[in-house]
Ligand binder design. Structure first.
Ligand SMILES: NC(=O)c1ccc[n+]([C@@H]2O[C@H](COP(=O)([O-])OP(=O)(O)OC[C@H]3O[C@@H](n4cnc5c(N)ncnc54)[C@H](OP(=O)(O)O)[C@@H]3O)[C@@H](O)[C@H]2O)c1
Length: 263
């Protein structure tokens, strides 16, 4: 496995933690970030216990200094930055625009949109050097409108467009927007606990039914797909919005002898 670290934001639980573990299983060193030190350290310890390499950066990714530490740590600890997974995000505010607090919209866009854009900007020169990859964790919400989810729908649609923009501007960096499916994480629990008042009844009922009928994906499935994309996504996927179960993702797990070396 070629050296060079992968940064994963929002890796203290859920999809980000699963992606970090999958990356370590594939032999890649990871720099993982989130605010909750104890949870983040538990993920790192778990990786190290399986002979993986993980370094933590505790802090709020909406802060300039935290984004700078993520990139600096990757370079200092592992010499090179090979990939960035912009995963940290929130769903709040779940409320129609007329009832939502302005501050909640601002906080949402800072985390879900501004932080990934500015972290990518910081990482770009290093990703150019390594012919690296940026994976922006998007959502089906990028294409759909759910009343009450205005901030989330907008931030994920904007991330998809940012991914296309980046692909057009940076020929030496592969940029992919990733749709993880409906995953059994705290974000889904939040929808079930707070969505009843603010969402259309049929949309809310669909989320509850998916949970009760055991249809939510375990984070390990999309986490593995996310890891494969940030390690091996080909140039042909740059700018694309790719679902976790896209056959082009699973094909990355089975390189043939005709494939070029995986950088
Ligand atoms: N779950 C789903 O069904 C689903 C579906 C489509 C898309 N997604 C997307 O998948 C990604 C991961 O979601 P998830 O379901 O795993 O969510 P989650 O369980 O809520 O995890 C979110 C992660 O982000 C971190 N985080 C939150 N705010 C942060 C901040 N200000 N600074 C740094 N880290 C922060 C959290 O850790 P701390 O609280 O410790 O900071 C946590 O590690 C998100 O982009 C989400 O939009 C999820």
């Amino acid at each position: 496995m070629e050296q060079g670290a992968i940064i994963v934001t929002g890796a203290s639980r859920g999809l980000g933690a699963a992606a970090a573990r999958a990356l370590a299983n594939f032999g890649a060193p990871v720099v993982i970030g989130a605010r909750t030190a104890s949870d983040l350290e538990a993920v790192a310890n778990d990786i190290r216990a399986r002979d993986g390499r993980a370094v933590t950066v505790v802090g709020d990714v909406t802060e300039d200094s935290v984004r700078a530490r993520l990139v600096e740590t990757a370079l200092q600890e592992f010499g090179r930055l090979r990939g960035l997974v912009n995963n940290a995000a929130m769903l709040r505010p779940i409320a129609p625009l007329a009832q939502a607090e302005s501050g909640a919209w601002e906080a949402h866009l800072q985390l879900n949109l501004i932080a990934p854009v500015l972290l990518t900007k910081l990482a770009l020169e290093h990703l150019r050097e390594s012919n690296g990859r940026v994976i922006n964790v998007s959502s089906g919400a990028a294409l759909r409108v759910t009343p009450g989810w205005g901030a989330y729908d907008l931030s994920k649609a904007a991330l998809n467009h940012f991914t296309r923009q980046l692909a057009a501007e940076e020929p030496n960096v592969i940029s992919v927007a990733f749709r993880p499916g409906v995953v059994d994480t705290e974000m889904q629990a939040e929808i079930r606990s707070t969505g009843r008042e603010a969402m259309p009844p049929e949309a809310y009922a669909r989320f509850v039914r998916s949970f009760e009928e055991g249809e939510l994906l375990p984070p390990e499935k999309p986490g593995r797909a996310l890891a494969m994309l940030v390690l091996w996504a080909p140039q042909t996927l740059s700018g694309e919005y790719v679902s976790w179960d896209d056959p082009r993702v699973e094909a990355l797990a089975e390189p043939t002898s005709a494939d070029p070396p995986r950088g």
